[in-house]
Design a protein around this ligand. Structure first.
Ligand code: SAH
Length: 457
């Protein structure tokens, strides 16, 4: 029986970490999750929520400090929900991410013989985001503010810098704030649903240094657009594209379906390992380019192409993985559900002069079946689904296609583990490598290699 009461102050030793990075203290086997505490720390905490199977505690004091504790460099860290691990040394973050994969695949499933590699980290785990999405609001003095939502709320906290964003983005953010005030630009209010400018989205080409600015507005009329554009290009000559995106919905989705080019190019260009990519504002593009190169390299190592293979790139986005593999494959087929992304993929194949690629817009689960019916026999299938993982019909078609290898990249190892159990009927999950795409946060990305079982295994 749990005897813990709300508002009680207790002391205990942290024995584990949750996947959200919260310390776990146990009192008579009843777990209390305490954010911002680390393993082996003896802490004093106040119980703020009591549930049947667990409680939540608020850290008050640390009696014994872990050697893994570091001072979070960001002044907004404890208010902002963006990062969760800044109080933990980077080595510990990498170890924690590997440990989570071990727990999921070795302890919670039977993939005991799967080799789980060390998490591939960054040399400098800051300033890695090539895309920032910043909400805009007003403070009580009617001045424009831009920053982040307070944890578990939609109150905007004004900020001047974010240490995981590209530094140019914060200069752009502070400049736009100033322009909003000077040009008296109407600003959207989430409560009244009135006002114009809602979000600033900035994208940088990691290797090209191209800069795309997207002004997300609640409606098309934008009276001060020309004045804002001329100020922007005068102060930021590296801007290659300014777009207006219209979002009149009242949901949490940041961008709407319609975009217009206000200045410059309609797409941003980036290069990854000598391949050039044009990226529309609506297309998915990995946000940490330096780590993307390592992730894709690992995936290519796992695929180990000899040059005569048929490769499928499923959930392909703008075709990055498939185009990376095209020089080493006989033919690459890509599928993706977002129309703009597939148009980018086709254009990118042309731009890089690859003639051995086919990109199709549709749901991976439908298109893979269509390819099977057309007699496509893949040797290697790359799988890179969104957080919810793969549709079961997709996995069943994949099993029926029997490629020699499946390389499965995932931004959510728990759905990957679920899908792996279906693939395990015909495949041996030989290796998994976590790659740290999102330092300072709890997000874990993995790449896994499945090899077809031979009939006598
Ligand atoms: N491989 C790409 C994109 C990975 S993100 C890269 O590395 O950049 C996952 C992609 O899956 C997104 O582009 C998303 O639009 C797409 N997607 C989501 N559901 C899908 C489905 N059912 N079929 C095909 N693509 C889908």
């Amino acid at each position: 029986m749990n005897t813990i009461q709300k508002n009680e102050v207790r002391t205990g030793k942290v024995v584990d970490l949750t996947h959200e990075g919260h310390g776990v203290v146990k009192i008579d086997r009843y777990p209390i999750f305490v954010p911002n505490s680390l393993i082996d720390e003896t802490i004093e905490f106040k119980i703020i929520k009591v549930k049947k199977n667990f409680a939540i505690g608020k850290l008050l004091t640390i009696a014994t400090t872990s050697p893994e504790r570091v001072e979070p460099p960001c002044v907004y860290y404890y208010k902002c929900g963006g990062c969760q691990l800044q109080h933990m040394s980077y080595e510990t973050q990498l170890a924690m991410k590997k440990e989570q994969v071990i727990t999921l695949f070795h302890r919670k499933a039977n993939f005991n013989s799967t080799i789980i590699g060390d998490t591939i980290g960054m040399t400098n785990p800051w300033r890695y985001r090539n895309k920032s999405q910043i909400p805009i609001g007003k403070n009580s003095d009617d001045q424009a503010i831009m920053g982040f939502y307070r944890q578990r709320s939609h109150d905007i906290i004004n900020m001047d810098e974010c240490l995981i964003q590209d530094e140019q983005h914060q200069h752009m953010m502070n400049f736009i704030k100033q322009c909003c005030n000077e040009l008296n630009i109407s600003i959207y209010n989430e409560k009244t649903k009135k006002g114009l400018l809602r979000h600033l989205v900035v994208r940088t080409g990691h290797h090209t240094n191209d800069l795309m600015v997207i002004l997300v507005t609640n409606g098309k009329q934008f009276p001060q657009a020309q004045q804002l554009i001329s100020r922007l290009i005068q102060n930021f000559p590296q801007v290659t594209s300014i777009k207006q995106n219209i979002n009149t919905t009242h949901s949490n989705v940041i961008m709407g379906d319609q975009s217009y080019t206000l200045y410059g190019e309609d797409k941003i260009i980036d290069t990854l390992s000598e391949i050039t990519f044009k990226i529309s504002d609506q297309s998915f593009y990995q946000i940490n380019s330096a780590q993307t190169e390592k992730l894709y390299q690992k995936a290519i190592d796992y695929a180990n192409l000899a040059g005569n293979e048929i490769v499928l790139d499923t959930y392909c986005g703008i075709g990055t993985i498939g185009l990376y593999m095209a020089p080493k494959a006989k033919h690459v087929y890509g599928v993706e559900v977002v129309k703009e992304a597939i148009e980018d993929a086709k254009q990118n194949a042309q731009l890089n002069e690859f003639e051995n690629t086919t990109f199709v817009c549709g749901k991976a689960e439908d298109v893979i079946l269509q390819w099977k019916q057309e007699g496509v026999h893949p040797d290697v299938v790359m799988v890179d689904p969104p957080r919810k993982g793969c549709d079961e019909t997709f996995l069943n078609t994949l099993l029926a296609l029997e490629p020699k290898k499946i390389v499965y990249i995932s931004c959510n190892p728990s759905t990957q583990q679920r899908d792996a159990q279906i693939l395990a009927t015909k495949y041996n999950l030989t290796q998994i490598t976590p790659v740290d795409m999102f330092p300072q946060t709890t997000h874990v990305e993995t790449v896994a290699l499945f090899e077809r079982l031979t009939s006598n295994e």
